[in-house]
Design a binder for this molecule. Structure first.
Ligand SMILES: [Zn+2]
Ligand SMILES: [Zn+2]
Length: 350
């Protein structure tokens, strides 16, 4: 068994975000965000799985859309599909001509939906079979990990993941009874163990102020709204999703996610909403005055990674991707302490 891994060079050192397997002679891509892919490299791909809507995992679907095979099959969850449609629209607005867009948008017709915890049979002829099952990976709403079961290999690809058990519907789940030979897991946070806790310490800081805009990525807005709304330090505050978050929240609402867990969390529907004495405004757009940039990681910690990987009945071989290449030696050392393997750019013989 071989995995070919591709770099995404978007950030300085690059990250391994995209992998290729050959299953029954067909090229099967796990995510498609690498910017080192070229038109020539993608024209005979049979299957692509997209784990979630972040650019480092799907952007080549947009950039190389017209070079993909007409009958390619692209798998993802329904929420991820809707998010990607939004991004296609946004990328189009920023870059290309309408004619070109129509060509590119055709690739969206090749998307096949996968539903959480349901096994999807792709084919089964004689001895050859391929079955796909997605499980929530906890990273963003709709983000999924993929279990591939085939006559050649059983492999779990987590994409980006967060071992999130408590925060609203964005929780991670896997069926550990499954027979898994290999796991390709998210190594982003292997050196840090950063947690969400700092959110609450920041809440205290806001309690002193009347209004503050919190500059935040959309996938984190719902978590932050939920957590801040429960903080006793913010008893008098309303937590408001600003209008720029609307397209994102609309997708989540359609997908059945709970976004307004109590009357403290509101959506800014019009510009003449009633005034509140104290607000925490969540926005993706920098604004003048009290905007404060807020970031935290949604990736699995080393401790949780270990817990996750040792929960399987049969110990799978653990392969780490998406790690910080600048600190390769440290990543390598920690991985080998746990008996994990590191995926590098190019061929990885398993
Ligand atoms: Zn991500
Ligand atoms: Zn990523």
């Amino acid at each position: 068994m071989k995995v070919y891994s591709y770099l995404d060079l978007n950030n300085e050192q690059g990250k391994i975000t995209t992998h290729e397997l050959i299953i029954n002679q067909d090229r099967f891509f796990l995510d498609f965000g690498s910017d080192s892919l070229t038109p020539n490299m993608v024209k005979d791909i049979k299957y692509i799985f997209i784990s979630h809507e972040h650019l480092d995992h799907f952007k080549s679907l947009f950039h190389l859309a017209e070079f993909l095979k007409e009958d390619i099959e692209i798998f993802m969850t329904n929420t991820t599909k809707k998010m990607i449609e939004l991004s296609f629209q946004k990328m189009f607005n920023e870059s290309i001509s309408l004619r070109n867009y129509e060509k590119k948008a055709k690739v969206l017709e090749r998307i096949r939906l996968l539903y959480f915890n349901q096994q999807h049979e792709i084919y089964h002829d004689n001895d050859n079979y391929l079955q796909l099952t997605v499980y929530p990976s906890g990273h963003t709403f709709g983000s999924s990990m993929l279990l591939i079961e085939s006559n050649e290999v059983n492999l779990l690809y987590t994409g980006d993941m967060d071992y999130n058990k408590a925060v609203n519907d964005r929780s991670c789940y896997f069926d550990f009874d499954k027979d898994v030979d290999y796991i390709i897991i998210d190594g982003t946070n292997i050196l840090n163990n950063r947690k969400l806790d700092k959110v609450l310490s920041i809440a205290k800081d806001y309690a002193e102020r009347n209004h503050i805009d919190l500059l935040i990525k959309p996938e984190k807005a719902v978590d932050i709204a939920t957590i801040l709304s429960k903080s006793k330090h913010l008893n008098e505050h309303k937590i408001i999703y600003k209008k720029d978050l609307y397209p994102y929240l609309e997708v989540l609402l359609e997908s059945g996610y709970e976004l307004f867990t109590n009357d403290k969390i509101m959506l800014e529907l019009t510009s003449n909403m009633p005034r509140f004495d104290k607000t925490v405004n969540l926005t993706t757009r920098p604004s003048q005055g009290y905007a404060k940039k807020f970031n935290y990681t949604l990736h699995i910690s080393l401790e949780s990674m270990h817990h996750f990987c040792s929960s399987f009945i049969k110990s799978p071989k653990v392969l780490i991707g998406h790690y910080d290449r600048e600190r390769f030696d440290e990543v390598m050392r920690i991985a080998s302490d746990y008996g994990y393997h590191i995926l590098v750019e190019g061929d990885n013989l398993l």
